[in-house]
Design a protein around this ligand. Structure first.
Ligand code: AMP
Length: 406
């Protein structure tokens, strides 16, 4: 029996999923929220259908990890800490250095720290999680899984921006992308559903959540993706603008009497997207509900759909075709209406939606007709399972021993 825990540590939260790796069964999952703030919240689901919930102060990540492992013993999810053989940590920015998941040692820690300028909020939080687990589970193998590493296979023409080349050479400015673990996971599942080797396929994965990105996956490798140097670019999102004209920012800074660039970028990150266009909400459900009576809400939905259609069209052209289109994450998994609106506009590619199947709920469904030239899928993403699989693979492949951190 080998238990592996997948960790996603944010600046004030820590999400986890504990797997029994032989069967990939989820033994427990949960969230420690509002770490370092008044009124922290803990929620753990475990067993057949049990739930533990409490509100209490969670002073820092180290305390959260101690409390989590203590609760796992109390709730009899585990009987001793040593049952957890591996810990997989999501790390947001891996730069060009981390091209795949790696066993964590002191050098890896230093490198993640040095890449913090690319993800100033996330990488330090990820490191807090790594260190907290290392203190309590010193013998478990710790592995870092990067959001960016899947996209390291993109050809240069797809990651170099059309700006002075020295910006890339001196400062590492390029397209890094995001949601790599999710795109990688759903592509694997789509290939097995198609019963064809991933290496032979051209897929387009649409991760449509509050953050949203589209990824062209050619022969199993990320070929192009819509997020850029930061997660601000690409399609319109819950509160992020997606692609826009940077010269407009200088104009608006003058108009709004803004004195710093971060102030303007804040508006593009937090006040734009569905929220900015509709003025209603950043939540697609609210926006869709208002759309029949509010033209701005309808416009937000229309722009969201158009952006997806535009990226799918351009990625199909870039790859020279497409075998499958995958929908995943909150909107992609739950909104039959958005999926249908996107796919209908792609009928020129020979895509036919099976509207009955599109309404089905559940795991891994093909929603195109049998005669459709391109298959369309709904595949619930599972980044945590992908993280746990990477830990398992690294533990088996190299017989990696847990490294001491200095
Ligand atoms: P995520 O970031 O993956 O959790 O996705 C969050 C987004 O999914 C929010 O915008 C939700 O409104 C959206 N969402 C969840 N369920 C639905 C649904 N049934 N219809 C439309 N959007 C949904």
């Amino acid at each position: 029996m080998s238990k592996i825990i997948a960790i996603n540590a944010g600046s004030s939260s820590l999400k986890f999923k504990l797997f029994e790796m032989n069967t990939e069964q989820v033994l427990a999952q949960g969230l420690f929220d509002r770490i370092g703030l008044a009124q922290g919240a803990i929620k753990i689901k475990y067993g057949a259908d049990e739930e533990f919930k409490t509100n209490e102060e969670i002073k820092d990540h180290s305390y959260a990890v101690k409390r989590l492992l203590g609760l796992m013993l109390n709730l009899e999810i585990i009987h001793e800490f040593s049952e957890i053989k591996g810990v997989g940590h999501r790390v947001v920015a891996g730069g060009e250095y981390f091209k795949r998941s790696v066993a964590i040692n002191s050098k890896v820690i230093r490198k993640i720290n040095s890449l913090a300028e690319y993800a100033p909020i996330h990488n330090p939080a990820n490191l807090m999680g790594i260190k907290a687990f290392k203190n309590i589970l010193p013998t478990a193998t710790a592995v870092a899984v990067f959001d960016t590493s899947f996209h390291q296979t993109m050809p240069k023409e797809n990651y170099i921006f059309s700006v002075p080349y020295e910006w890339y050479q001196k400062y590492g400015v390029r397209r890094y992308g995001a949601h790599g673990t999710s795109h990688r996971y759903v592509a694997d599942v789509a290939a097995s559903m198609l019963k064809r080797p991933l290496k032979e396929l051209k897929l387009i994965s649409c991760h449509l959540g509050a953050g949203a990105s589209i990824c062209a996956i050619k022969n199993g490798k990320s070929f192009d993706t819509s997020m850029g140097f930061t997660p601000l670019t690409g399609i319109t999102m819950a509160t992020r603008s997606g692609d826009t004209d940077v010269a407009m920012i200088a104009f608006m800074m003058q108009k709004l009497d803004m004195h710093s660039m971060p102030e303007a970028i804040y508006d593009l990150n937090k006040k734009s997207g569905l929220l900015g266009i509709s003025g209603v909400s950043s939540d697609m459900r609210d926006v869709m509900e208002e759309s029949t009576t509010n033209f701005r809400a309808q416009l937000a939905v229309d722009i969201f759909v158009k952006d997806i259609v535009k990226y799918i069209g351009s990625y199909t052209a870039e790859m020279g075709g497409v075998d499958g289109i995958i929908f995943t994450a909150g909107i992609g998994e739950n909104s039959a209406e958005i999926r249908s609106a996107v796919l209908k506009r792609l009928s020129y590619m020979g895509i036919e939606v099976d509207e009955e199947k599109n309404l089905l709920r559940g795991e891994n469904i093909v929603i195109s007709t049998s005669s459709s030239k391109v298959k369309a899928f709904v595949i619930p993403t599972d980044e945590e399972l992908m993280i746990a699989r990477d830990v398992d693979k690294i533990m088996k492949k190299k017989n990696v021993k847990s490294a001491k951190l200095v």
